[in-house]
Design a binder for this molecule. Sequence first.
Ligand code: OXD
Ligand code: MN
Length: 594
Amino acid sequence: MSTKNKKLLAWVAEVEAMCQPDRVEWADGTKAEYDRLMQLMVDGGAATRLNDELRPNSYLFRSDPSDVARVENRTYIASRKQEDAGPTNNWIDPVELKKTMTELYTGCMKGRTMYVIPFSMGPIGSPISKVGIEITDSPYVVVNMHIMTRVGDKVLKHLGEQGEFIPCLHSVGAPLAEGQADVPWPCAPIEQKYIAHFPEENLIWSYGSGYGGNALLGKKCLALRIASNMARREGWMAEHMLILRFTSPEGRRFHIAGAFPSACGKTNLAMLLPTIPGWKCETIGDDIAWMKIGPDGRLYAINPEAGFFGVAPGTSMSSNPMAMRTLEKNSIFTNCALTDEGDVWWEGIERPCDHAIDWKGNSWTPVSGAVAAHPNARFTTPAAQCPVICDAWDNPAGVPIDIFIFGGRRTRTVPLVTQAFDFDHGVFMGAMAASETTAAALDVGQTLRRDPFAMLPFCGYNMADYWTHWFAMGNRLGEHAPAVFYVNWFRTSRDGRWLWPGFRENSRVLKWMCQRVAGEVGARETPIGNMPVDGDLDLSGLDIDPQDMAELMEVDSAAFHADLDDAEAFLAKFGDRGPARLREQLEALKRRLA
Ligand code: OXD
Ligand code: MN
């Protein structure tokens, strides 16, 4: 299939002239293409085909040890004015950044193939979807994009001659000289890595990394950083949220979107198997939600992705059986360990392993004194393979959202669940969200970071304007605005034990939320929000000490006050640009806590 889209052809020609690849290939999205590229990478030593009896049609990659996660301190929002990027984003003047990166890009694909990947974020043709074109010199990126997005000729056909697309340029930044042998995982040194976004022209330039969100540009770069800009301009929402359908025993459906920072169990929650009888949970998405107000005034969400790019360590038949079953076949693994049987292994998989090849390619045993899989080792697996995937997961119209959940990983202070008094209070809860840290980013040092709406690394413009946009959406949604809840699955006791079992038992908390929305249960008002009346949170069959339960639900005003000081200092960074409504919420909370 070829395209007559002049803008696309011109851009591809321009990139080819700059990057000087040996050849150009257009990705058609077929299985034959996927298989051919995989074979190429197996032959070149970049990929290992796993044992087909244990894990059919699946492959393992090991990255360079320096290229194992998103690099937030090399990620830039290059808006014309620095204040439009805001205090939470790195900024370089777009003209200067383009100059620097053009020098890096010049000749950067020598000795390599340049792949042009037409992809759709969201079902092709959905009014909420967007088309992107990723140009990359990494065949690893092509095969991952096959799983994570809708790729190939069908997208070009939909794009047509006049269609708009988001250009996403990616290079591993490792040109090959005449006769130079390639390495399994080419990439550039850290000081040459740039993950750059030019929001005013909907443009992404990424250089030097082959890993995850740095390289699969449809995900964090397009679907969050660029899309958040488009959403604000166009009046919709691009959020770092899972989407699920929760159905009551009577058959009433609730659609829930939840924002949690990396490493708070978003994928686990998205694939929840409820422990409470009669309730059913179905997965729609595990990482990103795009939402638009529909003709009936409600907020409709789609999952713009087509696969899951999940953290492998900690995933097991007890923590996330549905993920384990999703990745039984047709999956890509990166930086997991390789067992002697030719299967993958990682810490927390809850299967014994006496010997493996670790993520660095070295022989490993349980007494090696190092982890076998990198803590940010990943699986890439098709959403459609998930046993609990919702039949509406690829419905172009999306699903109507009833509930927003915010949360973070907090060992202290924050109780299991709180409901916002109203939407404005919910926006405040989202804006003040904070979490203890993650392995998904290379360079996040502190132990507690404020991560508003779990969007700190992903909001592509000034966070203060983003909050204003949330309030504006609330105004437009009015009575149709979703109910908002804040959860913390991670609270520990004073002697350091988990107070809540988490995982599948989180279904109990979702049930309470749904019953609140349905008007079936009341709540008790506390200074920080509405909380379950004793007996309403379904604890049947759960062996939980009443004293632990009390501690889990405790609202410690002094601790909250201390937290508020930190939140206030964070808010102060935004100066006058922070919305007055947020400040009002903060003052009101202070008064309630006093
Ligand atoms: C991810 C993240 O989804 O870091 O990879 O949030
Ligand atoms: Mn994420």
